[in-house]
Design a protein around this ligand. Sequence first.
Ligand code: NI
Length: 400
Amino acid sequence: MESITPRNIRDTASRYTEDTIRIRRHLHANPELSFQEKETAEYISSLLHDWGIPHRTGEGDGHGIVAEISGTGQGPTVALRADMDALPIREETGLEYASRNPGVMHACGHDFHTASLLSAARVLKDISGQFSGTVRCLFQPAEEKIPGGAVGMIRHGVLDGVSCIIGQHVNPELPAGTAGFREGLFMASVDDVFLTVKGRGGHGAKPHQNLDPVVTAAQIVVALQQIVSRNADPLQATVLSFGRFIADGATNIIPDQALLSGTFRAMNEEWRDLALTRIREISDGVARALGADCTVEIRRGYPALENDPGLTERLRSDAHRFLGADAVRTLPPAMWAEDFAYYCREIPGCFYNIGVAEPNRCPGAAVHTSGFRIDESALGTGYALMVWFALQELTRASQN
Ligand code: NI
């Protein structure tokens, strides 16, 4: 068996640089929303089919795909994961391969993740004579929408027999050619909060004859911030943001109700449960005090993402060897959320970041914005690094 070195991975990977760019551009031009990734899944499947890579379609809650590449000898199974859904954003990049699907955009790099995993699978197939064990590639739908596609994938048994799982996410705050790591707690839990404040509408000139839901809702928003500033341990990362406040009256019309939607994020399950209870109690209490009524709906989302410290440390030093010490960064935890967190609760997992900013325009436009774009040179790093990580883990496992 030939030994696997960074150089021979890079050499094999470089065959597919152009193809990977082409694939990613195709995905970028044809984005689909969460749980609707039908054509994306068909495209992935047709490529895997052309390359002779065995795979199952219809995994998870509809459009998931699981591909497997086995080496020559017995060994463990390592999983690589990519998400494939896009966002309800109108693209404004002006790129020649910009979205052809109006109002839908790959603004979170999931096109990059999918193209990378496809090329990683292709490289692994080419060198399958050089390793023992199996690499399972998970193409997961619906990362962007609660309850998240990962839940269905796990329910369908995609982690059965898997020793660890590795996933990457683009980061426009890191330059192309770099990768970032965080051992332990990395990302927050997320819950969607919906409040309906019911009052009694009427003429704006006669407030004493009505029950104003706008003033009540405004007080609730302010009161709920006390959860963050007074109930949370000051050392406990937590955020509550309301991005939607709908009160559809007019200058002189007090409406019957006001609607609020927000996001609650935390890094600790016990605190999360307590805070969600406080959201209910305070919303209800403030509304009652003012004579109004408030219904609270909470859609529980993803748990906090905790990287396995041992696995993450190993991959960090693998990245050192593959990319050079300067290209390996340490990331701070942040209040983003990711359904990769579910995999990490089942088996050791590592979710790392891959730099995609053009080196002279770093940081680039943020993810989830209409101007988000990547430096395509990062794609080569994206899939070669995944191959390298998977093979290093398989090699270590076979030596133990
Ligand atoms: Ni994303």
